[in-house]
Design a protein around this ligand. Structure first.
Ligand code: G4P
Ligand code: NA
Ligand code: NA
Length: 194
């Protein structure tokens, strides 16, 4: 098991057959040492991809993205879920529907921070149904930039997002893939164990 998987086993809480709570290191309190590790892993995976920018979504995507950006030496842009007062530029935007929360957010990114010359790595904390990642990929497309791939901290392999994005021919690298949360037990997909 890699460091992230060990952390999930040690402190993750299985709330139901489909939801894992990781507030103690990722979604509320943040573990900087673990984020450092996560940033190094993403940077190593995408070292040869020519990345010029990381694109994520507030709020929980920001910490892992900043550490990846530090290691790759590139800036990090986060899509906003609410329009900022000072965001007066032209916006790229996409509608993101959350099946979990049953709500749709319009996410947006200023056109000042993504251009057709960028090679973008999309990062997010969780991959479930893939709606957030697809919205970010759509924004990359609007900017006429290249999407080099998607880096995910925790993929729920029993939900469909990973398949949907990989079927589009987009590279998806998840540091932990969970195949099952049934009976309160976390089961990882073998090939992500390092
Ligand atoms: P999707 O984008 O893959 O379709 O995911 P979905 O709509 O199902 O998820 C909505 C929110 O819930 C997202 O966070 C997502 O990261 C998170 N999420 C989904 N499944 C889990 C899970 O099993 N555990 C945890 N901890 N989070 C999960 P968000 O609303 O964008 O919030 P934020 O944390 O980024 O602020
Ligand atoms: Na997120
Ligand atoms: Na989240």
């Amino acid at each position: 098991m890699n460091l992230l998987q060990q952390k999930i086993i040690a402190v993750g809480k299985v709330l139901s057959d489909s939801v894992l709570k990781v507030d103690s290191f990722l979604n509320h309190q943040i573990d900087p040492e673990l984020m450092k590790y996560i940033g190094e892993e993403f940077a190593a995976l995408f070292a040869d991809a020519g990345i010029t920018k990381i694109l994520t979504i507030e709020s929980s995507g920001i910490a892992p993205s900043v550490m990846a950006g530090l290691n790759l030496g590139v800036p990090v842009v986060f899509a906003r879920k609410r329009k900022s007062l000072t965001l007066v530029d032209q916006l790229y935007s996409a509608k993101v529907h959350s099946f979990t929360k049953n709500e749709t957010n319009e996410i947006s990114v200023s056109n000042s921070y993504l251009s057709k010359d960028d090679v973008v790595l999309v990062i997010d904390d969780f991959l479930a149904n893939g709606q957030a990642a697809l919205g970010l990929i759509d924004i990359v497309k609007q900017a006429e930039a290249d999407c080099a791939g998607v880096g995910i901290v925790i993929e729920k392999g029993f939900q469909n997002g990973g398949n949907v994005i990989r079927q589009r021919g987009i590279r998806v690298e998840s540091l932990a893939i969970i195949d099952s949360l049934i009976d309160g037990k976390v089961t990882f997909r073998e090939d992500t164990s390092k």
